[in-house]
Ligand binder design. Structure first.
Ligand SMILES: [Zn+2]
Length: 379
């Protein structure tokens, strides 16, 4: 667990949840409002360790620690209707694709990115032992273009803010999609370790994240990818996680653990095929806390509006050292269908499929022990 008595910040304001990317678009910021409402109903923010912090917008100076000035300016102009569709397409935006230009886009992107930087500052200043920015985790954004519902890559920008303060960071990404933008930012860098656990690229966007992508040059061995077979469930996921992640974190000994806590590995997620239960997700998050490092956390994917609030309530509970009762608090039926916080049981698994997911995970873990463990002095 995190240091007893350390504060756990939640960087959030309702302004982060109001925009709509497009009618029918799977990324629905309202999930952030539901996560906040569920935590509030559990009394999370009355906990003596809790700190509810309103976000501030990111600055151009912060954005350009990763993005090009041209891209940052293009996002501002597109949002203000000062650019045509062709200019948008050059930067990854299209009306019917993953990244539509929408009303208030620039302000929303600045605020969610600023929330993540602010969480990083709370950690760097020692004001909090854990800090969660649920609107962040937009790990697909690239240097000069939007990708996969992500405009600015707040994990990279927040990690850069920590690095500027002389802190070494390990990044762990449990979103069902590969954390490709974060990996790309640090691919040649041995000072930042990135680990992504995701559904394999053969089956899911963005198609990358093979175990063989280990970093390059000085950074060889510092990009780590654990791809999983579709329908991988709690036990197989946790077994592979335990073999790979804790030994690497112990060997790397980061000053800060930055984690992307996308909730789309949940079994019912409409965009992905992994099969974690809510308690399986909680078990992963508890393992991150048990690493005992100052803990910066971002949100990320999550497209089942019933699962995201429950998963993130469990995650912030882990940061506070609290276990919420399974019985949902009064009033939460206004935005949740589920009768309980955790699932009654993990999703049923077909035994043959379970063997297949396990064999695949074990094969990938063996590859990682061969390809990246030696760079960390691990056998
Ligand atoms: Zn995702």
């Amino acid at each position: 667990m995190t240091r007893p008595g350390g504060k756990a910040a939640y960087v959030y304001a309702d302004a982060l949840s109001r925009h709509v990317l497009r009618d029918g678009h799977p990324m629905r910021p309202a999930r952030l409002r539901y996560a906040y409402a569920l935590l509030d109903a559990y009394g999370a923010f009355e906990d003596e360790r809790a700190m509810l912090v309103p976000p501030r917008p990111a600055t151009v100076e912060e954005l350009t620690t990763f993005h090009t000035e041209e891209y940052v300016e293009a996002v501002r102009r597109l949002s203000g209707g000062e650019e045509d569709a062709e200019a948008g397409e050059r930067h990854g935006f299209s009306a019917n694709g993953d990244n539509p230009v929408y009303a208030g886009m620039h302000e929303a992107a600045l605020l969610s990115t600023g929330a993540s930087v602010q969480a990083a500052e709370l950690i760097a200043d020692g004001a909090a032992q854990a800090a969660f920015a649920p609107a962040g985790g937009l790990h697909h954004a690239m240097r000069g273009w939007a990708s996969g519902f992500c405009i600015f890559n707040d994990p990279v920008i927040a990690i850069n803010a920590l690095r500027k303060r002389g802190l070494r960071v390990a990044y762990i990404d449990i979103d069902a999609h590969h954390g490709d933008g974060v990996q790309a930012a640090f691919y040649r860098d041995a000072d930042t370790l990135t680990i992504s656990i995701h559904e394999g690229g053969r089956w899911l966007f963005p198609g990358t994240g093979a175990a063989s992508e280990i970093g390059a040059g000085d950074g060889a061995g510092y990009s780590v990818n654990l791809p999983l077979f579709p329908y991988t469930g709690d036990d197989v996921y946790l077994e592979a996680f335990d073999q790979i992640v804790p030994p690497l974190i112990e060997a790397f000994a980061p000053d800060v653990l930055a984690t992307q806590l996308g909730a789309d590995a949940y079994a019912n997620d409409p965009l992905t095929h992994l099969a974690l239960s809510a308690q399986g997700y909680a078990a992963v998050v508890e393992r991150l806390g048990a690493m005992g490092r100052p803990w910066l956390a971002f949100g990320g994917g999550g497209y089942d509006l019933d699962a995201v609030p429950r998963c993130w309530a469990l995650a912030y509970g882990a940061m506070l050292g609290r276990e919420w009762p399974d019985e949902l608090p009064e009033g939460s039926d206004a935005f949740l269908q589920s009768p309980r916080l955790r699932d009654a049981a993990p999703p049923p698994e077909d035994p043959a499929l379970r063997e297949k997911t396990r064999a695949y995970a074990q094969q990938q873990a063996a590859e990682l022990r061969r390809l990246v463990f030696p760079a960390h002095g691990l056998a």
